[in-house]
Design a protein around this ligand. Structure first.
Ligand SMILES: NC(=O)c1ccc[n+]([C@@H]2O[C@H](COP(=O)([O-])OP(=O)(O)OC[C@H]3O[C@@H](n4cnc5c(N)ncnc54)[C@H](OP(=O)(O)O)[C@@H]3O)[C@@H](O)[C@H]2O)c1
Length: 338
């Protein structure tokens, strides 16, 4: 038996391409005492992986050339020489884009037994869900009666932000990239309004649309995309508004930067409106995961909170699926089933 894996073949110049990845097979090493062998069942594809493809140092180290792409997985223990794990148990861990992995058991999380599908541990009940919950409650400190705009509103993070905000009594306006996503967030997730950023003709037009959807202004902006969405929302922010800076996917490969709002104009808007823009990285909030899980998992089990998955089949589909994710080609949490 071999380990199949997808490695970073070369660093992207601008937008990534399929040539940046390479498939490999390597022998499975013999298990040592204290180790376990895992078979990956689900791989999560997430926008942050784009940043890891660049050589620049960020809050996390980049993937080295020739090394497997990083990523979180649900895996089954298929052999164990570690007393803490038995064959058949399911765990999550950062095994990467691989078919099998060997682990010493550190940094693994056993998936608690529940009635929800195991792969939710990578989505609505995993890192993206936790990000939504932290961003809304601890970073933006959103309050009942306020208006929130959520970008990438049908996605893994955004769809939970919007639904939790509705439950808290906020007025929720989503920004999405297609009519299908628009219909979903209005009809299934019960948002109060939605804008399709792919149908706006200019930033000015977009700004007017935000104003018409938010007659009392925007108190909270949950930032997932930046770009023209940010430019359209900013002038509509109320004084003392808060921005939870979660992501900026429209800029991850450097697109659109030449036409972006000038920094002095942006900075002035932060000043005159006395905004609080608070960046956050979910890895700094590990201690709140149990609280998040305790609150959100019953809502998932009961169906009160909905989630959508975009499931691709086989490790070989990972590179193409990831490239699609970066362009909005996913509809729901992007997962690869191995
Ligand atoms: N700070 C943290 O710790 C943390 C943790 C997790 C995720 N994040 C960030 O949260 C954001 C959402 O992540 P996710 O996992 O939930 O992904 P997702 O929303 O499920 O998928 C990404 C979505 O981004 C939108 N998008 C892609 N390119 C865009 C563009 N050029 N302009 C506008 N929208 C674009 C697309 O939605 P539309 O088709 O609707 O435009 C796409 O479906 C990302 O920025 C990610 O990096 C941050």
């Amino acid at each position: 038996m071999n380990i199949k894996r997808v490695v970073l073949a070369e660093r992207p110049k601008g937008e990534p391409t399929i040539d940046n990845f390479r498939f490999e097979e390597i022998d499975i090493p013999r298990l040592q005492n204290g180790e376990l062998l895992l078979k990956v069942r689900w791989l999560s594809l997430d926008p942050y992986m784009r940043g890891r493809m660049d050589g620049a140092q960020s809050y996390a180290a980049p993937v080295s050339i020739g090394e497997p792409m990083q990523g979180e997985c649900v895996a089954e223990v298929i052999d164990s020489r570690n007393q803490k794990f038995t064959t058949g148990e399911l765990v999550t861990g950062r095994f990467g884009w691989v078919s099998h992995a060997i682990s010493n058991g550190e940094e693994l999380r056993k998936i608690p037994k529940s009635n929800v599908p195991e792969q939710t541990a990578l989505g609505v009940l995993g890192m993206p869900g936790h990000t939504a919950w932290v961003g809304l409650n601890k970073i933006a400190k959103a309050l009942s009666g306020e208006t929130i705009i959520v970008s990438a509103a049908s996605g893994a993070v955004g769809s939970l932000v919007g639904q939790l905000a509705k439950k808290k009594g906020l007025r929720v306006i989503g920004v999405v990239g297609s009519q299908q996503k628009h219909t979903y967030v209005i009809e299934e997730l019960a948002y109060d309004g939605c804008i399709n950023h792919n149908t706006v003709s200019s930033v000015g037009d977009f700004r007017e649309l935000v104003a018409s959807h938010c007659p009392e202004g925007v108190d909270v902006y949950f930032e997932n995309v930046a770009g023209i969405t940010l430019e359209a929302v900013l002038p509509n922010m109320n004084d003392f508004g808060r921005i939870a800076v979660c992501g900026m996917i429209s800029w991850y490969s450097g697109q659109g930067l030449q036409n972006a709002m000038a920094f002095p104009k942006f900075w002035r808007m932060v000043l005159v409106k006395r905004l609080r823009a608070n960046g956050f990285i979910i890895f700094d909030h590990k201690e709140s995961f149990p609280e998040f899980w305790k609150e959100v998992s019953p809502l998932i089990e009961s169906g009160e909170i909905k989630y959508k998955e975009d499931i691709r089949k086989g490790l070989e589909s990972a590179p193409d699926s990831f490239l699609e994710l970066l362009k909005g080609g996913n509809f729901g949490k992007m997962l690869v089933e191995l």
